[in-house]
Structure formats: structure tokens, C-alpha cells
Design a protein around this ligand. Structure first.
Ligand code: IVH
Length: 687
């Protein structure tokens, strides 16, 4: 017997059990009943204690411990799993007449049997199914194609409104279905944070919720503050459930699920219509998004009688709200200049409440858009917000146009530097050609260069760049690599006349060292990201990757003819010209020479990039042992191959992991596409 097994772990086990139960109870009270029974510090302290104990005694840790809510485990790949009960979708409509038809048809089919309806909210999120056995969460799966979805159990465990262990009485084996939504407050806060970190904000809460469930790091998912709204329960034969939908949801609530209280039993079409009317307006007061109302027959034994159509049940229907639209006065137009000089007109609107937020601005896209809409000075504009968070101008409210109003005259000079604007034939936008003298272009280019997807020099935020530019230390991207420690220390203290406006704080010794270290580290950023960082018009991440891989080094890329550039996959004529013109500029060539001398990666790293798989197209499916699916795709690309999503006659190989979908396999066999195992692939690439 060794020393450790001699320790009596029973008191420790009891303490862990106590902490887990207490944390579960506090979590339940907080998220379900809006009750804080202890301070945040106390809660965090208990959580940390349990985490520490679990680290020390992993054999005593439960897979359903409340510490799983904090996340930390990494999803290697999202295993595809078949749903035990297919996840059907609902028939949906935007028309009240079709709801009347549905009601009439249902009544007729039920032929005098007494029944009622339930009306509830149609949550605008991501559908998932949760399997519970003996009161414990065993699996969480996304809807996927309704038959097969992704196993997202680790991430689901971080959502506080998903019970890990159930309370009171529960069926021994059942599935709870519902929608994961991103509440507006958490969504907006996340977008503010993303923007401050130079990341693209999410377009809408639904996409963001879906992306969050597929995050590799469950601790990241925990930070998203998602919410689960339960709306459906089903069980295998032999497990009995209440015989009304309403009753099932009531029971679910007692088990600890978050069931929104906005559900109503309706006896006829008038009550259904009243519910729809009410929520068409009231929905904007909800803390999360809904996109309609779901109407279900309440008595579940009647569901079998009504049956299914090809895709959806006959006992339920969804009414979808139309996008909300308001009209509001156009107060003025601002013109924003981006890093490539492109000018974007923006409508400054009289603030108006729309779709849960106040709208003050909306893009007017370009001069053509303004002309096509025939927008006049002083017009009232119609603004719409559908599933998107970003409001759109969809037209002019002609009833409110004043007589003799004049069409908007597009500006002719740059609002920032006064240079006459240029419009390239065939392009819709105007741009300012004064690339080196126009402030937002200079700062925009620097910001792009240091951005996360480019050189990733995190400690160089907008304010720092602005400061370095103002004091004359950084005028172009190559200057970043000439910065010296002594130039940086004390900067921002106001000692230099031009610093005064800066709010970036004084750079201390440590800050200077960190900054220089980050700059040094950026010299290892791969060539394709260097190409992206240059900020050439139309060259996005993908284009940069393709250019880098095609030309292999900066000299070949720099001297390429327009026609050769256009040969590269995904590079069109317009982009080819932009790349050619960019490198034709003497100043740019000078910058490249300095970046090269500074030691940035100016060619595709040999070894990590090869051409073994050149000309081959792979379709990847299933689960792999050595790689996650994303990693294996990246590996194929690194070896010069292409990856495609579906099997076609152009596919060279189907790379088949375990548990892959049968369709792809069937199709590959039919088309005579060769099927590779992970082992075959490793051999082929000599790994
Ligand atoms: S019931 C078999 N109820 O809307 C019926 N669905 O096509 C199961 N949804 O993907 C669905 N809120 O994810 C139901 N209160 C609600 C819902 C709801 C949102 C989603 C569901 C499905 C889609 C309908």
C-alpha cells in the first residue's frame, strides 16, 4: 500500500459533494429565480475551492460538477451523432390567413374531439437536444440536419440555465429540446469588447450563439453568457410524460429547466391572433430575440392522430414576424474614409427605437445607393431590422417629403484632407487618392497592419498608434520595426507638445519592453499574413493566402504581371490590378525593402509548405485520431492540396474518419472517388 492510498479521502469527498450541491443551488436561485443568496466573492471562493480539490483529487471529480460551468476543457472535434428522435422543423408562415387555415384544418381533422392550443415564443437562436438519464445530463447535440448533429456537450455544460442534474421527480430517460439564445445585453457587451480588441463584431445574436456553441475552448463559451430556453420534451416508448404540452413544460420547470413564462393556452383562432398581435409589439421588451410565435396542439395524444407531413408535424405551426420598419428624419450625412481611401456615406438619423435598440446611424453604402433610392435633403427614411442587428435603409417615406426638396449632392472632395475624390470606372465607390497624406487612411493602414489577423502586435492599440504617428516616430508600417526603447519610454506624458491630446497613458519601461517584444515576435508571422497585413485593396485573408502560396516569396509577387496575378485562384482582374499597382509604387517597394531587412517572413516557409498534394481536392468527413477536422484541413492546405465541402466528380480523395455520414461515402463510391483513411493520409504526406 503506498502512502497516498492510505489517506482517508472520505471527508474530502464529502466537502466536494457539499460544495457542488451548494454551488448548484446558488446557480439555480440566481439564474432561475433571480435571487443572489451570497456575494460574488463568496460564490467565486467556493468555486475555486472545488476546482482546487478536483485538481488534487481528480478521481473524486464528477463530470457534472458545477466547475464544468466555468469551462476549461477543450473540444478536440465535435463528434457527429445521430439523433435518437429526428429533430423536425416546423411549417412556418408570415401570413395570418395561413394561421387561420392551419386552425381550420386542425379542427376539421380532429372532427369534434375537444382540444386546445398552446401559443409560445419562437426563440431566435440555435436548436439543441439534451439527453438526460437518471436525472443527469449525458449529451447535448445541435440540430444539424435534423438527423445528425454535433456533440456540443462540453460547451452546453457551461450554460447556467441548462441543468446538469435534475431536481425533484423526472422521467428516467428523456430528451429536452430548446433554443440556445444570446441575450441582447451579453451580446452587445461581447461586441463592444470584440471591437475594442480589433475583432469583427458579430452580425446578430443567432449567428453568435451558433458560433459560441462550436468554440473549441469551453471556457470561451462560458464567457458568452448564453441562455437555454426549453420548449419541448420527448421520451422513448415506455417512459410516460404528461399528456399535454403545457403540462410537460410545467414539469420541466420543476426539474430545473428555464421555461419562459410566456406561454398561453388558447381555445380558438381569436385567442391565437390576440397572442400574436400582443407579441408583435411586446417582443422588443424581451431581453432576447424572438422571430415569431409557435402554435401547438396542446393535447399530446392528438399529435399521433394528426401525424406528420414530409418535413414537419401537422400539430404545430410557426408564425414569423415581418422585419420591423420605422421612418425617421435624415438629419445629415457624414462621410467616413477607410484605410484604403474608400468613402462611405453614413446617414445620421433622428434617434429612433427599432428592434430593441436605438438607431442613430445607418450606412448609405455609396453614391449609387443614394441615387437609386433618390434620397433628398430632409427626407424621412425607412429603416428596417430583420434578423440582423445592423439596421438597413430600405427606402424613402414619400408621404413625408417636403415640396421642392433637393436631391443629396455627393461630396467631390475628401472630407478629411480635401483632395478631390476619384471614382474608378466599374466601381461603385468614390475614394480619396491621397493615401500618404490623409489621416484616417494612414492610421487605418497602421491599425490593419498590427491587427490580430495580420501581424498581431497586440500592445499597439489605436491610441498608441495615433500617438506614435503624432510624435513622428511611425509614419508607415516599416517605422514600427525601427522603434527604440529610449524613444518609447515616457511617451504620452505630455512632455512632447504633440502628445498632449493622447489618452493612451504614459509608456513605462515595462510597457516599452512588452511592446518591443511583441514587435519582435511579429517577425515570425507567416508570409501569407504579411501579405494580408500590407492592406492592399481587395486582398483579404483568403486572397493573401492564395497569393502567398502561388508566388512563394515577396520578390516573385512584387514583380508579377497583372495577367499572372489573375491566374491565381480567387484573384479576379480588379484585385490583380490593385496588387500590381500597389507593388508598382516606389514608396511601397521601399517599405517592403525595409520590412525585409527587419526580418519579417518574406517567403513561404519551406518544410511546413510543400506541394505534395498539389492539384488534389479532398473532402474530409468524420472524426480523426491525430487531428481535429479543422487541423487536418489546414494540414492538407499546407501540403498544397485543396479542401472542398462536398463530394463531386472533381474530388480526388474522400478522407474518411470514424463515424462519417453515409451519404458522402455512398456518393464517393458512386463517383468512383478514392477513399483514404487517416493512416493512408499520413503515409501519403510522409508524416
Ligand atoms: S417546437 C417538432 N417551439 O423553430 C416541433 N420550436 O422550425 C419542435 N423554435 O428549429 C419545435 N422556438 O428550433 C418549437 N417555442 C418553440 C420554438 C421552436 C424556436 C425553433 C426550433 C425549430 C424552429 C422551427
Amino acid at each position: 500500500m503506498d502512502l497516498f492510498s492510505a489517506i482517508d479521502t472520505e471527508p474530502i469527498r464529502q466537502r466536494m459533494e457539499f460544495l457542488a450541491e451548494e454551488l448548484d443551488r446558488l446557480n439555480y436561485e440566481y439564474y432561475m429565480n433571480d435571487r443572489s443568496l451570497v456575494s460574488d466573492e463568496e460564490f467565486d471562493g467556493m468555486m475555486r475551492e472545488l476546482q482546487d480539490l478536483e485538481r488534487q483529487y481528480p478521481e473524486l471529480a464528477s463530470p457534472l460538477s458545477p466547475t464544468k460551468r466555468v469551462g476549461g476543457e477543450v473540444n478536440k472535434s465535435f463528434r457527429q451523432v445521430e439523433h435518437r428522435f429526428p429533430m423536425l422543423s416546423l411549417g412556418n408562415t408570415y401570413s395570418i390567413e395561413e394561421i387561420e387555415d392551419f386552425e381550420g384544418r386542425t379542427r376539421k381533422l380532429l372532427d369534434g374531439i375537444p382540444f386546445t392550443y398552446t401559443c409560445e415564443l419562437k426563440y431566435d437562436g440555435v436548436a439543441i437536444g439534451l439527453t438526460y438519464r437518471h436525472g443527469k445530463l449525458v449529451q447535448a447535440v445541435t440540430r444539424g440536419n435534423g438527423r445528425v448533429g454535433d456533440d456540443i456537450t462540453l460547451n452546453a455544460k457551461t450554460i447556467p440555465t441548462i441543468p446538469l442534474t435534475l431536481r425533484g421527480e423526472y422521467p428516467d430517460d428523456f430528451e429536452a429540446r430548446g433554443e440556445v439564445v444570446y441575450p441582447f445585453e451579453a451580446f452587445n457587451a461581447m461586441n463592444v469588447q470584440r471591437e475594442s480588441e480589433g475583432e469583427e463584431p458579430f452580425a446578430n445574436p443567432r449567428n453568435a450563439a451558433s458560433g459560441s456553441l462550436k468554440l473549441q475552448d469551453s471556457a470561451e463559451c462560458a464567457k458568452r453568457k448564453l441562455m437555454f430556453c426549453m420548449y419541448f420534451m420527448m421520451a422513448p416508448d415506455g417512459v410516460s410524460l404528461p399528456d399535454t404540452h403545457f403540462g410537460r413544460l410545467e414539469w420541466a420547470k420543476q426539474m430545473g429547466f428555464k421555461v419562459q413564462p410566456y406561454i398561453q393556452e388558447c381555445k380558438d383562432i381569436d385567442e391565437i391572433k390576440a397572442f400574436i398581435d400582443y407579441w408583435d409589439h411586446a417582443r422588443w421588451n424581451l431581453p432576447f430575440g424572438i422571430d415569431g410565435i409557435v402554435i401547438k396542439v396542446n393535447q399530446t395524444p392528438l399529435w399521433d392522430r394528426l401525424g406528420l407531413t414530409a418535413k414537419s408535424p401537422r400539430w404545430a405551426i410557426a408564425y414569423k414576424f415581418k422585419a420591423e420598419r420605422v421612418s425617421t428624419p435624415l438629419e445629415s450625412i457624414s462621410y467616413q474614409v477607410g484605410r484604403t481611401g474608400v468613402v462611405t456615406p453614413v446617414a445620421n438619423l433622428k434617434p429612433v427605437w427599432l428592434g430593441g435598440t436605438t438607431v442613430k446611424r445607418a450606412t448609405l453604402v455609396n453614391a449609387d445607393f443614394i441615387a437609386r433610392m433618390d434620397i433628398h435633403i430632409g427626407d424621412h427614411l425607412f429603416i428596417e431590422k430583420g434578423g440582423e442587428i445592423i439596421p438597413k435603409v430600405v427606402g424613402v417615406d414619400m408621404d413625408k417629403r417636403s415640396e421642392g426638396s433637393m436631391p443629396v449632392q455627393y461630396i467631390v472632395c475628401c472630407p478629411e484632407c480635401g483632395t478631390p475624390l476619384v471614382r474608378v470606372e466599374g466601381e461603385a465607390g468614390h475614394y480619396c487618392p491621397n493615401a500618404d497624406g490623409c489621416h484616417p487612411q494612414i492610421i487605418g493602414r497602421l491599425e490593419h497592419f498590427v491587427g490580430r489577423k495580420a501581424m498581431d502586435i497586440e500592445s499597439l492599440g489605436s491610441e498608441r498608434l495615433e500617438l506614435l504617428y503624432k510624435v513622428g516616430l511611425v509614419k508607415n508600417v516599416a517605422d514600427i520595426y525601427d522603434l527604440k526603447r529610449e524613444q518609447l519610454i515616457g511617451l504620452g506624458s505630455g512632455s512632447v507638445e504633440e502628445n498632449k491630446a493622447s489618452t493612451g497613458g504614459t509608456i513605462q519601461e515595462k510597457g516599452a519592453d512588452n511592446l518591443l517584444a511583441a514587435i519582435e515576435a511579429s517577425k515570425q508571422v507567416p508570409f501569407e499574413r504579411v501579405v494580408f497585413a500590407l492592406g492592399i485593396r481587395y486582398v483579404g485573408e483568403v486572397g493573401a493566402k492564395k497569393l502567398a502560396r502561388y508566388f512563394k516569396n515577396i520578390d516573385a509577387l512584387m514583380d508579377a504581371e497583372e495577367s499572372e496575378l489573375a491566374q491565381v485562384e480567387d484573384v479576379g482582374e480588379v484585385t490583380a490590378r490593385a496588387v500590381h499597382d500597389w507593388f508598382a509604387c516606389e514608396e511601397h517597394r521601399g517599405v517592403i525593402a525595409r520590412l525585409k531587412a527587419a526580418g519579417l517572413q518574406m517567403n513561404v516557409e519551406l518544410g511546413s509548405q510543400s506541394a505534395e498534394l498539389e492539384g488534389m481536392t479532398f473532402v474530409v468527413s468524420g472524426v480523426f485520431e491525430r487531428f481535429s477536422r479543422e487541423d487536418i484541413k489546414a494540414d492538407i492546405e499546407r501540403h498544397g492540396g485543396k479542401v472542398s465541402g462536398s463530394v463531386s466528380s472533381k474530388t480526388t480523395y474522400l478522407l474518411a474518419g470514424e463515424k462519417m455520414g453515409p451519404e458522402k461515402l455512398k456518393k464517393a463510391e458512386k463517383l468512383g472517388v478514392k477513399i483514404l483513411t487517416e493512416q493512408d493520409y499520413l503515409q501519403m504526406t510522409a508524416q
